[in-house]
Design a protein around this ligand. Structure first.
Ligand SMILES: Nc1ncnc2c1ncn2[C@@H]1O[C@H](COP(=O)(O)OP(=O)(O)O)[C@@H](O)[C@H]1O
Ligand SMILES: [Mg+2]
Length: 206
């Protein structure tokens, strides 16, 4: 049996429509366990609450009821630091998740600046690390000098992947992420993945 890395217990989430007229029950008492180094898929029709559950599990949204446990220990829901050190999310539309005025290099470096300790603790050379990862996902170093609009959707998804893994997260939430290449899977073997998708057939995971 694999260790349960992440557990969401009795998660309930409400949203309210414009002007608070109507209450939407996005999640109703959901309990889920994510084993370590596994790939767990959240599959269901549009509007069934997949994205909401994925966001709550990695601390981007707060549940109205319920608890989150990491390695058996409850995480305080407002402890942003813990959540941001452990989890990363990659969204389907890469263009909307990049600042259009930043060159790719700056976008990749952003999470590193927020997580300085990663370099301080492990004495890693930033440039070596970035060039190594670019190479692994099949991107040329010239992308660093480009702006998001100068890259194809596929290239930008690779950059989004780099930006997510570069801080060494424990869990990646792939929200409707459709491109799963051998390189991604190679990296993901050391990680735990939550794959959120409306299309079961669209995902190929081995
Ligand atoms: N920020 C929000 N404000 C209001 N309603 C929301 C919000 N986010 C999601 N919802 C509603 O919650 C339900 C679940 O949404 P979501 O988790 O995005 O589903 P899925 O990812 O499965 O398509 C839907 O009815 C959606 O309209
Ligand atoms: Mg969704």
């Amino acid at each position: 049996m694999k260790n349960i890395l992440l557990r969401g217990e009795n998660l309930t989430k409400y949203y309210f429509t414009h002007k608070k007229k109507l209450k939407i029950v996005a999640l109703n008492n959901v309990t889920i366990e994510i084993p370590e180094k596994s790939v767990v898929a959240l599959v269901g029709e549009s509007g069934s609450g997949k994205t909401t559950l994925g966001k709550i599990l990695i601390g981007i949204e707060k549940p109205d009821k319920g608890k989150i446990f990491y390695n058996g220990n409850e995480i305080k829901l407002n402890d942003r630091k813990i959540f941001s050190n452990l989890f990363q999310i990659i969204f389907q539309d890469p263009y909307s998740s990049f600042n259009p005025t930043f060159k790719i290099e700056k976008s990749i470096l952003e999470p590193l600046i927020l997580n300085k300790s990663y370099f301080e603790n492990f004495n890693i050379n930033r440039n070596d690390l970035i060039l190594n990862i670019l190479n692994e996902v099949g991107l040329d170093r010239s992308v660093l000098e480009k702006y998001p609009y100068e890259l194809s959707g596929g290239e930008l998804q690779r950059v989004a992947f780099i930006r997510a893994i570069i801080t060494n997260p424990k869990i990646i939430n792939w929200n409707n992420f459709t491109i799963v290449t051998p390189q991604f899977l190679n990296y993901s073997k050391h990680l735990t993945s939550i794959v959120v998708s409306a299309e079961y057939d669209g995902i190929t995971i081995t």
